[in-house]
Design a binder for this molecule. Sequence first.
Ligand code: GDP
Ligand code: MG
Length: 178
Amino acid sequence: NTGAADAKNLKVKLVLLGDSGVGKSCIVLRFVRGQFDPTSKVTVGASFLSQTIALQDSTTVKFEIWDTAGQERYAALAPLYYRGAAVAVVVYDITVPESFKKAQFWVKELQKHGSPDIVMALVGNKADLQENRQVPTEDAIEYAEKNGMFFIETSAKTADNINQLFEEIAKRLPRAPP
Ligand code: GDP
Ligand code: MG
């Protein structure tokens, strides 16, 4: 499902899933525009953004990023949204245990109904709020390992690990043989 233009220039649909408020839109805004605006919640909502990154082997990956406008509240609509996605980024908030539970729900959903070769990343966002942490890193590592997912903790606020997240995803994309 990697919509490859050619072997060296990949184009992939990436969706974000996770509870409302975990920071999905802020992660996208940080990655695409290098900004963090704690007040821009609604305006980022419905947008479709793209960003291209270059890897060391001179492959380029163009991410076509689908950010929800609050559809995450309606599980029944989700299949329309993640259909054909090569990448799913499942986000929770390290300060909100329920959001980690919800992330696990989305992982199961994607395992059942997503593309068989989908690349999944588990992201613990708001890592800057260490003093309010409620989800231990080890729990997430264990869950991600069991489910064959890449895991990383990020902060859209400080930009910590945001570029790394997308670089690691890019490295894990299935490649067409040269
Ligand atoms: P979404 O509903 O998942 O798209 O979440 P938003 O991106 O709209 O973010 C929800 C709220 O969390 C906003 O008030 C953001 O300012 C805040 N937020 C997002 N990412 C971070 C982060 O990394 N650290 C902190 N401290 N706040 C964040
Ligand atoms: Mg949002």
